[in-house]
Structure formats: C-alpha cells, structure tokens
Ligand binder design. Structure first.
Ligand SMILES: Nc1nc2c(ncn2[C@@H]2O[C@H](COP(=O)(O)OP(=O)(O)OP(=O)(O)O)[C@@H](O)[C@H]2O)c(=O)[nH]1
Length: 370
C-alpha cells in the first residue's frame, strides 16, 4: 500500500497529463476531489494527533492579527523585534523560533497583534515537522505576511502551495456556493450567473465524497476547485502579501529582478525591506495596516460631542452591529437605532439599523434601550 503522499502525487500526475475538455472534465473533477479528500484526511489526522501543543494556543488580541510566514532564517524574529520592540531570540541558524512569539504593534491608532511562528517548511500541511501546529495558527490570522529573503525568492511558490494544501486561500473571496444534502432526488443543480460547471462535473465531484443527493446553488463564476473547496467547507479565505527581507545584501539591479520575479509568481509586488537597517519598515507597517482593511469610526454619545481624538479602529466590512459588538456585549441586545454622519449615509444624522455598513471617518451614535 503506497503512502498517502504517493497516492496524491500519482493522481496529481494524472491530472497534469489529462487534457481538460468537456469529455474529460468529469473525470478531472473526480480526481481533484479525490486529492482534496486524501489531503483533508491527512491534515485532520495530523491535527488530531498533535493536540495543539505548548505555545501554539495564542489568544488573539488587538484590532487585528498578522502572522509572519516564511522559511526558517528569513528574518522573522528580527522583523518582529523591529515592528514591535519585542525581544525575541535571533540566531544565524535555522529553527531558532520554537513556539509562537506574539508582539504588539501600534500604527495609525490601531493596535495590531503580530505572531512570529516557526519557519514553515515543505510538507507542513501534511503534518511534517511542527507544521501542523503552525498551520492552525496561520488559519486563525486576519492577514498573512509572507516573508522571504533575497536568497529564496524562487521558492515563494512552495509557501503558496503549502498554504493552499492546508486549505488556506489567499486574496480570494469565498465563492458563493450552497450544497444542501437531501435524502433523495439525486443532485439538483441551479446556477445564477456564468458558472463554468455543469451537472455532470458536480455529480462526479460530489460522488467522490459519497454525496448522491443534494440541492446545489452556485452564484457567479465558479470553477471545479472552488466547488471542491465548498464541498469540504473548512477552507479559510485570508488576505496576504509578500515582503522580501535582507535587501541590504544585494545591489539595485538584483533587487529589481527579485521584485519582478516575486510579482510574477505571486501576482502582487512585494515590499522590499531590510529588517536589520529598518529600510522600508515604515512602508511595511503601512501595508500591514492597509491590508487589514482598517477604518476609523468616531463615536458620539447621545446629545454629546463626537470624540475626534480617539477613533474606534475596526476592520472592513464594518457594520453598526460589528461596532456594537466591539463596544459592549449588551449593545446589540439593547439596540434601538443608530445615527450616522459621513460617507456611508445620504444625509447627516441619518437613522440606520444594525446591518448598515460604515465608511472610514463616519461619526456614529448608538441609541439603546435603558
Ligand atoms: N543582512 C541582513 N541579515 C538579516 C536581516 N534580517 C535578519 N537577518 C539575519 O538573518 C538571520 C536569521 O534571522 P532571524 O530573525 O533569526 O530569522 P527567523 O526567520 O526568525 O528564523 P527562524 O527562527 O529560524 O525561523 C540572523 O542572522 C539575522 O541577523 C536583514 O535585514 N539583513
């Protein structure tokens, strides 16, 4: 009996060697679903056997949590120190970071939690090394900062694949797919918008997971991989960007090449930094802030003046309800209405309800029952 990894590799080779067309799409869908199931089983088993582990159950705090993800020795500990002033141990060899080191960074009024985790290594998603615990921390992040250095920019794909295999989807909206299992009636498929999928593919994919009866609704353009993700249901969708460290070690020409190379591999330009010298570290802080999607809400007590000094910092999409939740547990329960001044409303002092979505700079008054 071959190992799970060998089985996965064999099927992946078959997928690669099969030309995709209408005649083969069902077969490919089934193979992809099978790979996803094998991988899911392996990850679940690894998670169950690891049981979390000392130092991995980090409590989230602050207005948002960023996780530094990179190969060993790219400078994660050095960067964490620079960003937060936390003294985490650094050394010139691999694996100095043995457990999650949290730090706090203040930027533009936001309190951002930064977690330095052990270097991600190939095979982590399958439970190799400390990878399985690392993955659990990464899955809980609000933003992933992928850190490489000038020596390993060609391996950025390994990081991306590692996260992908662990069910982490970067910079992607969660596809709008509903799969409701039923007790009979076969697979019923409805789509709104231009989905690439047909009933045959959906049947083949669901059958691989032993689902023979279900109502399926798909909105917008969705492909096989999206559908398989929805079938498993345990995928997370997290924003991410790259930063390349140690640029003090290379000349301007090489920096340019690395920048272009990472941009091509990842689809977004990296922030080029030197954690040692501090070069571009302020720009990196701005990128973290922007990528977390923070907005500022100024609170105005009923009949009082708005506090324009200390805004409430909250991540987009920010509804009146999410602000209430942040203020106090009772606010949602006792909520009557809210009044808003700013870009999210047509006129000042407009009355809104809990689902109303706020914009950066809005002024908000929440009126509750006594
Ligand atoms: N030249 C240069 N060296 C750096 C820079 N940042 C970090 N280093 C060095 O790179 C080595 C590794 O740095 P660490 O911060 O320990 O790296 P790490 O990613 O936390 O490593 P692990 O804990 O093993 O995962 C150390 O010798 C650092 O001094 C930089 O901007 N420039």
């Amino acid at each position: 009996m071959s190992s799970i990894e060998e089985q996965i590799r064999e099927i992946e080779d078959e997928i690669k060697n099969t030309k995709y067309n209408k005649a083969t799409s069902h077969h490919i869908g089934r193979l992809k679903a099978k790979v996803a199931r094998l991988r899911d089983d392996a990850v679940t088993r690894a998670m169950a056997s690891s049981g979390g582990g000392e130092g991995y159950n980090v409590k989230k705090s602050g207005d948002g949590t960023v996780v530094l993800v990179g190969f060993p020795s790219v400078g994660k500990s050095t960067l964490l120190n620079k960003l937060t002033g936390t003294e985490s141990e650094t050394a010139g060899y691999a694996f100095t970071t043995v457990s999650v080191i949290p730090g706090a960074m203040e930027h533009k009024g936001a309190n951002i939690q930064i977690l330095d985790i052990p270097g991600l290594i190939a095979g982590a998603a399958m439970g190799k090394g400390r990878g399985k615990e690392v993955i659990a921390v990464v899955r809980g992040a609000d933003l992933i900062l992928l850190l490489g250095d000038v020596y390993n920019e060609k391996h950025v794909n390994v990081l991306i694949k590692e996260l992908y295999d662990a069910g982490i989807r970067l910079n992607k909206e969660k596809p709008d797919i509903t799969i409701k299992k039923t007790s009979s009636g076969g697979i019923r498929f409805n789509s709104v918008g231009n989905s690439d999928l047909d009933l045959g593919e959906i049947r083949a994919i669901l059958a691989e997971n032993k689902i023979m009866n279900a109502d399926v609704l798909v909105r917008g353009s969705v492909d096989q991989d999206d559908f398989i993700d929805a079938m498993f249901g345990n995928r997370v969708y997290i924003p991410a960007f790259f930063s390349i460290n140690k640029i003090d070690l290379v000349d301007a020409e090489t920096r340019k090449e690395i920048d272009a190379d990472v941009t091509e591999r990842f689809g977004l330009p990296p922030v080029m930094i030197s954690a040692h010298s501090g070069y571009n570290v302020e720009e990196l802080k701005d990128s973290i802030y922007d990528n977390l999607g923070f907005i500022r809400i100024y609170l105005k007590p009923v009949g009082g003046k708005a506090d324009m000094e200390e805004p409430l910092i909250i991540r987009e999409p920010a509804t009146v309800e999410s602000v209430c939740n942040k203020l106090h547990r009772d606010f949602v329960e006792k909520f009557r209405y809210a009044k808003v001044w700013g870009d999210s409303v047509k006129h000042d002092a407009q009355r809104v309800g809990l689902p109303h979505e706020l914009c950066d700079g809005d002024i908000l008054t929440v009126v509750t029952r006594a």
